[in-house]
Design a protein around this ligand. Structure first.
Ligand code: KIV
Ligand code: ZN
Length: 507
């Protein structure tokens, strides 16, 4: 029987550390439930000591998911470990993940501690974690820059103290495939008790080698891959979940392993994360990018028409993308719309279908054909609205010099409408200033992009903004056939995220 590789998803923890990818508790729950459908083995839900909101987010994910293990992260110190244990104690299968840096660079400059001190702290931390929670993972942070003999001592100490999983992270994305394979083999061969634990890899992508390094770690004996959807994460990101999983599926002769992943859920999971965080998925992103299955050159198109095997190593259907991008029009009706959403894998409530239908008719009036990507954008927008503070009612702008804008917003359900006018450096700037006057949230627009969600001159424009509030970046996204309106929706979406995370009293 093929060896099983556990998929440990850290989108909600390491992924959430990507600038602007902060998620509130509701967003984490939505994402966690989708990760459960995707079939991941572990969901690292957050770092509970970081803040009360973070604690609450982890606690809620622990209560919401049933099958995967819910993981809480803690530094190797008692207050962190106790807080993480409290956040995950109600999970069906909790895992406490504690870590300490082990490289000489980190010991000298960050911890200002000796190797002996860190060795002792490892044992103490794992023992305490094990007393509080039945399953413990220990990570030797910066393992790939740690002296291998010392890494063996640390691993042995963690195993003796009760660790069930030993993670050897490439924290700074420094290693190479050959090196990490040898490192795993060496530590597994020399650490006492190595046969009784699972070894895990956690690779950052600073040199673009994260997935290759993860696959090499597996060849070296790792049986758990830590990864993030769309490869998000600190700096250049982490191992991309979908790339690692599909590498194993497509190249079974090289990687004869099994995972619990339902690959047909990959595209939906990727799109949901993109919608929640607003982090755009590059068109050429392997597996989930819009162009991943698009054949542009005549030679390729001709080949694919003869046989898909010529230029396709996996099918779009295998990751949940339909190759038949069925178009809907305004005569499609509510049933047609609902059936199409079900085909795309969305489980929408009656209320959501009703809301979606209204938006769909509005859009179908403006544009002849509605594509699947349009539907994804509309579904994301109604789901975003379910916990929004401000809702855009009207936007009017003029491009005179100076540009002017009138923006009308509604606050919460059944609340009064408020409007403001402003001038600005262009219509988008004027509209954002009007939003600021209404909401009181003072932001700085760092980035603004618009792109067509689908082909055609009448395409739905999808706007993404990055706005800085109180020194922290928030992403927002919005869609409309009018690009200025799309920008205002995106800006208000970022304001809503800021308010949901900061609390309205703190703006
Ligand atoms: O990159 C890293 O070392 C980490 C650890 C906390 C596992 O994220
Ligand atoms: Zn990391």
């Amino acid at each position: 029987m093929a060896d099983y590789i556990a998929i440990f998803d850290t989108t909600l923890r390491d992924g959430e550390q990507s600038p602007g990818a902060s998620m509130n508790a509701e967003e984490k729950i939505r994402m966690a439930l989708q990760l459960e459908r995707l079939g991941v083995d572990c969901i690292e839900a957050g770092f509970p000591i970081a803040s009360d909101q973070e604690f609450e987010g982890v606690q809620k994910v622990a209560a919401a998911v049933k099958k995967p293990s819910v993981v809480g992260l803690a530094r190797a110190v008692p207050p962190d470990i106790e807080r993480a244990a409290a956040a995950i104690e109600k999970a069906q299968k909790p895992t406490l993940h504690t870590f300490i840096a082990t490289s000489d660079i980190h010991l000298e400059y960050k911890l200002k501690a000796t190797r002996e001190q860190v060795l002792d702290q490892t044992g103490e931390a794992v023992r305490l974690a094990k007393k509080l929670i039945g399953r413990v993972e220990f990570s030797a942070e910066d393992a790939t820059r740690t002296d291998w003999e010392y890494l063996v001592q640390i691993t042995t100490a963690a195993i003796e103290a009760g660790a069930d999983v030993i993670n050897l992270p490439d924290t700074v994305g420094f290693t190479t495939p050959g090196e990490i394979e040898d490192m795993f083999k060496y530590v597994r061969e020399h650490a006492k008790g190595a046969d009784g634990v699972i070894f895990s890899c956690h690779n950052h992508n600073d040199l673009g080698l994260a997935v290759a390094n993860a696959m090499a770690a597996v060849r070296g004996g790792a049986r758990q891959i830590e990864c993030c959807v769309n490869g998000i994460g600190e700096r250049a990101g982490n191992t991309s979940l979908e790339e690692a999983v599909m590498a194993m599926k497509v190249r079974q002769n090289i990687y004869p392993y099994e995972t619990g992943i339902v690959a047909e859920e990959i595209l939906k999971t990727s799109a949901l994360l993109g919608n929640i965080t607003g982090l755009a998925i590059p068109y050429n992103k392997p597996v989930v990018g819009r162009n991943a299955f698009a054949h542009e050159s005549g030679i390729h198109q001709h080949g694919v028409i003869q046989s898909r095997l010529t230029y396709e190593i996996m099918t779009p259907e295998s990751i949940g993308r339909s190759s038949n991008e069925l178009v809907l029009g305004k005569h499609s009706g509510k049933h047609g719309l609902s059936a199409r959403c079900a085909d795309l894998g969305y489980d929408l409530s009656d209320g959501e279908i009703k809301q979606l239908y209204e938006k769909f008719i509005e859009l179908a009036d403006k544009k002849k054909e509605v594509f699947e990507d349009d539907l994804r954008v509309l579904i994301a927008s109604i789901r975003d609205e379910s916990f929004e503070t401000y809702h855009v009612v009207q936007v009017r702008t003029s491009g005179d010099d100076p540009a002017m804008a009138l923006v009308k917003l509604r606050r919460g359900e059944n609340q009064d409408e408020m409007f403001e006018t402003s001038t600005g450096d262009g219509p988008v700037d004027a509209a954002c200033k009007a939003v600021e006057r209404i909401t009181g949230a003072k932001g700085r627009l760092l980035e603004f992009t618009v792109r067509a969600a689908t082909p055609g001159k009448d395409a739905l424009g999808q706007a993404n903004v990055t706005v800085e509030f109180k020194d922290k970046a928030y992403y927002g996204q919005g869609a409309s056939t009018d690009i200025i309106e799309a920008a205002v929706h995106a800006y208000v979406n970022a304001v809503n995220k800021f308010l949901a995370i900061e609390g309205e009293q703190n703006v």
